[in-house]
Design a protein around this ligand. Sequence first.
Ligand code: NAD
Length: 260
Amino acid sequence: ALTGKSAIVTGSTSGIGLAIARAFASAGANVVINGFGAPADIEKERLGIETDFKVKAAYSPADMSKPAEIAEMVVLGHKAFGSVDILVNNAGIQFVSTIEEFPPEKWEAIIAINLSSAFYSIRAAVPAMKKRGWGRIINTASAHSLVASPFKSAYVSAKHGIAGLTKTVALELATHKITCNCISPGYVWTPLVERQIPETMKARNLTKEQVIKDVLLEAQPTKEFVTSGQVAAMALFLCSDHAAQITGANYTIDGGWTAE
Ligand code: NAD
């Protein structure tokens, strides 16, 4: 159980992050949720966590492309709950395009949100974790932290980067009872995946049905999508005492994708 512990989950107004925040809350942790969306929807999610699980939930509006706001989010976590014991770097965006047409501003945004944000949040959260002598850092990487797909130059670069950051941080904190791991899902049916379907239709000249069957599920030998609940269960396990010796690992949950 995570009773008495507090977690920040970035990008948790939707998809995988929301599932992770709710899983932590179900285990008794107070959580800081973060991400974009309509204020009323975010407040509904925040309140839902509090009422469903009898924990406290706070919201940080920090934009993961802005280092100063990321630092403020970690301060908010400490102010709201007294500690940030668990940090999940999960916020992420995608863009699909041939490299020659890949907009430089999309490259910069993906590197900032999917990679650099984790550097900024980890550096802000680690000093207090070291003092308390306990911590869990989990980065949502991707199957694309291990293998590539065409037309995703920025995303694949950022995800390979986060796999390297994970290992480095794990080694630095190895004797502090702070673990750092990443989880690498294959395709999870979330708004992020739905949004890339039109771009992929354009880049590969395919119909929507062809993208789902021949591009997305083609990658996964099980021919099924991963669920955000399955990713959240792994995140919860990594926070447990059973996982105290798991650090620097990259756990795939990809229906066999990276076994091929
Ligand atoms: P999603 O679009 O449902 O959720 C993304 C979250 O990040 C949202 O809460 C959004 O508001 C937030 N976000 C986006 N930009 C932000 C910013 N600048 N600052 C703060 N928050 C921001 O997507 P998801 O599929 O749940 O993705 C979550 C993570 O999982 C991402 O890192 C993604 O790369 C990774 N991932 C997803 C899949 C998949 O198939 N869906 C597979 C592997 C990895």
